[in-house]
Design a protein. Sequence first.
Length: 307
Amino acid sequence: MKIGFIGLGIMGSRMAANLQKHGYPLVVFNRTRTKAQPLLDKGACFAESPAKLAEQVDVLFTMLAHPDAVEQAALGRNGFLSHLKPNTLWIDCSSVNPSFSKKMAAAAAARQIRFVDAPVTGSAPVAAEAKLIFWVGADMADLERIRPLLLCMGSKIVHTGGHGMGTSMKMVINLLLGTGMAAFAEAMALGEGLGLSSKMLFDSLLGTPVVAPFLAAKRDKIDKGNYEAEFPLRWMQKDMHLAAVSAYESGVAMPLTNAAKELYRLAMREGHASQDFSAIYDYLSNNHDFATIDQKSPAPAMAQQAN
């Protein structure tokens, strides 16, 4: 079985490497060829376009940054979708919105291609260790065909339903990650503004029911101020925007998510776009400098409630 892999960024490069470790021959494509070099050095073949790749493979994985990138690779000039053999499986692991996944499923079906949406949960280290969680929207028969491949890259597979249901679950999860990180960063900024040390706050809060477990893995980044990206902040903002789009399409109100989405956008404007999304802490702490407040000035009187 020859596997195609399009999109060799932070996550895709590690996922493809794990397929390669299990002996699967790879044909890869990435807009920046240098990102493919580690795979090429170990025997992968590079295709000059998605269309050229599609002509050579039995299964295709895509792991791209956003819906436009997926659509361009699939349906744009030199796109792969018209060049895959009938009944080839296309597994899209990109973080996209559910309505887009359903659109791609319909485009694939029109060309007799089997579509699976299978976004993942896990950061770069988790991808490298092949411990990703796959959220799969697909026919069960298609999932069973690719299960061995997914288990080369992940440790857990959850079949969430039909097309678009994998990306639906991904929207929910990244909403919780984004709002949870922003709320924690804001709480830390308040605590530090009130005179508590970051050490005191971390030691007291981590491991308690009020803090999401994933935040423990962000402590070292915040302590050292080293926000090397495991999950870039700009892609978190993108995913929260897609969650907001999905909420609009389904008639759901999400006031907290929309506020957090704009907070990440402001952080992007201040130069944090390529940093890990935990850099929202750095943005908040630098833009909420309580030390400049005159601590001796009386607190503003609270307005009395009307009788």
